[in-house]
Design a protein around this ligand. Structure first.
Ligand code: RTP
Length: 155
């Protein structure tokens, strides 16, 4: 068994059904990619309602929980794991505030969305949720370990 250097920080990012249907997959991918973050897992899936409820379990007491889970399971979602220094916090910055009316221009939601129930993207909000969400959405072997040529110019 080979020894690995300390792993880079990872976050779970999902393009919700509205982002997929609106043709925003490449737009969103390129914002993370151009920043210098590394894509280590990606797939497109239609989550079941049960799965969506697992993903959003923290919000189960909220009035919008049922609608939110219904929406997440209503169509294809692009699930991803992105890696890089500070990717959890900075990923949230790229995404922008939860309510697109409050997200700054230049952010994904600020530039591309209008209402909170259709805010096109999800990103883990901390190291613990990142770990849990990656585990929920991906099998360990779906995460790819590789060195990108750009890394030596990014770090
Ligand atoms: P996310 O988890 O999707 O990145 O969003 P977030 O942390 O910025 O926001 P959170 O409070 O965790 O809410 C999760 C998702 O629930 C929907 N939402 N709807 N008042 C509403 O109708 C309402 N509030 C939140 C949003 O889609 C939000 O992203």
């Amino acid at each position: 068994q080979e020894a690995h250097a300390a792993e880079m920080e990872r976050t779970f990012i999902a393009i919700k059904p509205d982002g997929v249907q609106r043709g925003l997959i490449s737009e969103i991918l390129s914002r993370f990619e151009r920043k210098g973050f590394k894509l280590v897992a990606i797939k497109i899936v239609v989550p079941s309602k049960d799965f969506a409820q697992k993903h959003y379990h923290d919000l189960k007491e909220r009035p919008f929980f049922n609608g939110l889970c219904g929406f997440l399971s209503s169509g294809p979602v692009v699930a991803m794991v992105w890696e890089g220094e500070g990717v959890i916090k900075y990923g949230r910055k790229l995404i922008g505030a939860t309510d697109p009316q409050k997200s700054e221009p230049g952010t994904i939601r600020g530039d591309l969305a209008v209402v909170v129930g259709r805010n096109i993207i999800h990103g883990s909000d901390g190291p613990e949720t990142a770990k849990d969400e990656i585990k929920l959405w991906f099998k360990p072997e779906e995460l790819v370990r590789y060195t990108s040529n750009a890394e030596k110019w990014i770090y």
